[in-house]
Ligand binder design. Structure first.
Ligand SMILES: Nc1ncnc2c1ncn2[C@@H]1O[C@H](COP(=O)(O)OP(=O)(O)O)[C@@H](O)[C@H]1O
Ligand SMILES: [Mg+2]
Length: 212
């Protein structure tokens, strides 16, 4: 079982959008997946509640005991944690529970600077676990057909964590699918840009976790 925590204390960075798509995308590739909503606002639980046929299992664990609460859960290929915007101790327990921390960031310096505390926590944990914990940035809500600015790349590089090749672009298809309690995997055709980029993300997460 691999635990993937989608974390960034900055609200609106796309955590819930990415966590729900990652969970569903892994499931569509035949894996058993549990989505853990660690946000007290319960966005992933709200999403799950819209459509009673939603095939993703979502549970809420929104306390700083998340790592301990997850200990009994072992019967899934992947657990995806949708991160909360709340306190550091909550983020810390998600980091402790995780094999992999995926940090979605909007390509703006303000958003990047706001992740520095999280990056510090993640790096401390990587050191403590002798590199057992992995982490990477994912550019989220990028503007289509626009290059990420050089200055943004410089700030990102400065954090010295891997940056995923896949990127998630700002597309109306994401909120539209969420409003139906679905993902773009259900609401769009297989060759749509949104399905293609989310599939690329799922594949990149899997191969990143398989690397030694
Ligand atoms: N790639 C995207 N394209 C368009 N809208 C997005 C995208 N990612 C997130 N959003 C929208 O932005 C808002 C915040 O995204 P959300 O995934 O809830 O972020 P977080 O969980 O980090 O707060 C939501 O309304 C969501 O639908
Ligand atoms: Mg959220």
């Amino acid at each position: 079982m691999k635990v993937i925590a989608v974390l960034n204390q900055k609200g609106g960075s796309g955590k819930t959008t990415i966590a729900t798509h990652l969970a569903r995308g892994l499931q569509l590739q035949g894996h058993s997946v549990l989505l853990v909503d660690s946000d007290r606002q319960g966005s992933a639980r709200d999403w799950r509640a819209v459509d009673e046929d939603n095939p993703v299992t979502v549970i809420g664990l929104d306390r700083p005991t998340l790592d301990k609460d997850l200990k009994g859960i072992t019967d899934h290929d992947y657990v995806v944690i949708d991160g909360s915007p709340q306190a550091t101790n909550q983020a810390l327990s998600a980091i402790k529970a995780a094999d992999f921390v995926l940090i979605p960031v909007q390509p703006s310096p303000y958003d990047l600077w706001a992740t520095s505390d999280l990056v510090d926590l993640v790096k401390q944990r990587i050191e403590m676990t002798n590199d057992k914990l992995k982490a990477a940035f994912l550019v989220s809500r990028a503007i289509q057909n626009t290059n990420i600015g050089k200055d943004v790349i410089t700030v990102l590089d400065g954090y010295e964590l891997p940056i995923f090749n896949s990127r998630i672009v700002q597309r109306v298809g994401y909120p539209n699918s969420a409003a139906l309690g679905k993902t773009v995997f259900e609401t769009e055709s297989a060759n749509s840009n949104a399905v293609q980029e989310m599939t690329a993300l799922v594949n990149e997460v899997k191969s990143f976790l398989d690397e030694e």
